[in-house]
Design a protein around this ligand. Structure first.
Ligand SMILES: Nc1ncnc2c1ncn2[C@@H]1O[C@H](COP(=O)(O)OP(=O)(O)O)[C@@H](O)[C@H]1O
Ligand SMILES: O=C(O)C1=C[C@@H](OP(=O)(O)O)[C@@H](O)[C@H](O)C1
Ligand SMILES: [Mg+2]
Length: 176
């Protein structure tokens, strides 16, 4: 069983995923640093040197490998759900938890997160406000359709969020 966290950049997949894994006594796997380690490049460098399609290919390969494992909490990047095969594989492996936040909250978290520079290259070439508005709008139906649970993260601490997630997990995981 794999619990996969999905959601836009800045919704807390990395932060909440690590805390949830610790709470369950499961392993935590954040896909972006794994990709960076293997490539010897930051996500921003992979985009700049090889282009986004190459990053998406690497992301799909790492995701498929991670989903073969068991008792892990997995945090892929926010764009991993764009590929329908990735979505199917996540759903087949276990609960898919959508972390949701309003646009303003996402923008503020991204602007204040030191990881943004190396890990979150522009997706559109526009400024951050325009990009989050446009791309989030486009992705909302995809996150919604992929999710087995939807969790609001605005004005909630990572600890409160992980308790919300646990409450909605299947009994077999809650009691494990
Ligand atoms: N519930 C929360 N409340 C406040 N800040 C948060 C919350 N979750 C995450 N953050 C902050 O937002 C930024 C992005 O979080 P991160 O976990 O990297 O998101 P993601 O992996 O979804 O892009 C980080 O600086 C993190 O500390
Ligand atoms: O939403 C996206 O397309 C991306 C999200 C990032 O991960 P986080 O969602 O962890 O920020 C990272 O994978 C890359 O910059 C692309
Ligand atoms: Mg992340």
């Amino acid at each position: 069983m794999v619990i996969t966290l999905i959601g836009y950049r800045g919704t807390g997949k990395t932060t909440v995923g690590a805390a949830l894994a610790q709470r369950l006594g499961w392993e935590f796997l954040d896909l972006d640093p794994e990709i960076e380690r293997q490539a010897g490049l930051s996500i921003a460098e992979i985009f700049a040197i090889h282009g986004e399609p190459h990053f998406r290919q690497l992301e799909s390969e790492f995701l498929a490998a991670a989903l073969q494992r068991t008792n892990i909490v997995l945090s892929p990047g926010g764009g991993a759900v764009l590929n329908p095969l990735n979505r199917q594989a996540m759903q087949a492996a276990g609960p898919v938890v959508w972390l949701h936040a309003p646009v303003e909250t996402i923008i503020s978290r991204l602007e204040n997160d030191p990881a943004t520079q190396g890990r979150r290259p522009s997706l559109t070439g526009t400024d951050v406000v325009a990009e989050v508005n446009e791309v989030l709008q486009r992705r909302l139906p995809i996150y919604q359709a992929a999710a087995s649970q939807v969790i609001a993260t605005d004005n909630r601490t990572p600890e409160q969020i992980l308790e919300d997630i646990i409450r909605q997990l299947p009994d077999e995981i809650q009691n494990s």
